[in-house]
Design a binder for this molecule. Structure first.
Ligand SMILES: Cc1cc2nc3c(=O)[nH]c(=O)nc-3n(C[C@H](O)[C@H](O)[C@H](O)COP(=O)(O)O)c2cc1C
Length: 327
């Protein structure tokens, strides 16, 4: 199941006409949803960094929900970002805790669409104005999903808009957001990305029980590795024994790139999605002195191509695993 975290950055939802409608609609329609209303949790702006990071770690999809204030997020949400996306959490040598998670910016904008262009009074497009948030996602190795936003969301009685109109726009906004969340949650790419991250996290430990891996390898798995070709579960056991005798535990596989493409649907049985995953992996490891790598510390870049299937329950089975060393 995909866990969804919505971080509400509105400084006062009691006075909101649109963000509040969007959040209520999400609460009614989504399972596995946690909504963190920052104005309620932190009226004094003193963010509990541990609690926020724990909520992020559990999530697969993170939604930042906010009203557009001065071409950016409200100060409360900016403070949340400043405090929570810290060194060795969101970035830095050990800062991979958000890696692979989807980030959706979901925001309401007062000004009309035509004002956000070179000849309009807001001059710049929304896409340009949110670039710092997009880059934040990239630095944290999150997947920056297409943002969901709606213009004309300001309601000032007798001056701007009718309450019913902005609330209808907010409902429409929430439907688009839910569609986006469902697409991400159901996408083969999301499921494979989650699997790949867990696969390498397990490998880093190099535990002596290989059953965790075998559960995801077809009986006739073909592994083409730098040290030879290995076929079937027995082949995997042989290769894993070599890996355990070569690399010391707590090595580090960094997924630098992952591209998942669905193979032709016609060749896959019902309920099964067949995919190819192309990965670029950096392996940093210490090796044993009596291994072929003679105790060297290695920092190696490899391309991997996997053929795999995903069944209805999201279970991944790899049937072909080819590794090519780049450097
Ligand atoms: C402090 C403040 C700054 C705002 N800045 C902008 C802005 O830069 N651009 C814009 O289009 N609307 C701006 N607005 C309008 C809000 O985006 C709009 O009121 C909000 O999205 C409505 O959401 P709500 O009904 O949930 O409060 C601003 C509003 C406030 C109160």
């Amino acid at each position: 199941m995909t866990n969804i975290l919505v971080v509400s950055g509105h400084p006062n939802l009691a006075e909101s006409n649109t963000n509040t409608v969007i959040i209520e609609s999400l609460e009614q329609q989504l399972d596995n949803l946690e909504v963190r209303k920052l104005h309620q949790l932190y009226p004094d702006y003193q963010i509990d960094v541990g609690a926020e990071q724990a909520a992020l770690i559990k999530a697969d999809i993170v939604v930042l929900q906010f009203p557009f204030y001065w071409y950016s997020t409200p100060a409360l949400l900016k403070k949340w970002l400043d405090d929570v996306f810290s060194y060795n959490f969101a970035y830095g040598a050990k800062g991979d805790k958000l890696k692979g998670k989807d980030l959706i910016l979901s925001f309401t904008i007062g000004g009309p669409k035509d004002s956000y262009q070179p000849l309009g009074y807001n001059h710049f497009t929304i896409e340009l104005l949110i670039l710092p948030l997009q880059q934040t996602a990239y630095l944290a190795e999150m997947n920056f999903a297409a943002p969901i936003y709606t213009h004309g969301m300001v309601y000032i009685p007798g001056v701007y808009n009718e309450l019913e109109d902005v609330q209808n726009l907010a409902l429409d906004h929430s439907h688009r957001l839910i569609e986006q969340i469902n697409q991400l949650a159901g996408s083969a790419e999301q499921k494979v990305a989650k699997f790949v991250n867990q696969w390498f996290a397990d490998f880093d430990v190099l535990a002596d029980d290989e059953n965790k891996f075998l559960a995801h390898l077809s009986d006739d798995i073909r592994m083409v590795m730098p040290d030879g070709e290995f076929i079937g579960h027995e082949g995997f056991r042989d290769w894993y024994a070599i890996a355990r005798a070569t690399f010391k535990p707590n090595c580090e596989h960094i997924v630098e790139q992952l591209i998942v493409t669905e193979n032709d649907k016609q060749n896959a049985p019902d309920g099964v999605t067949s995919c190819e995953a192309q990965l670029r992996i950096r392996l940093k490891a210490d090796t044993y002195p009596d291994s072929a790598l003679k105790g060297e510390s290695i920092n190696m870049l490899v391309n991997e191509t996997w053929q795999l299937t995903l069944d209805d329950s999201g279970h991944v089975t790899i049937s072909d695993y080819v590794v090519e060393v780049l450097s």
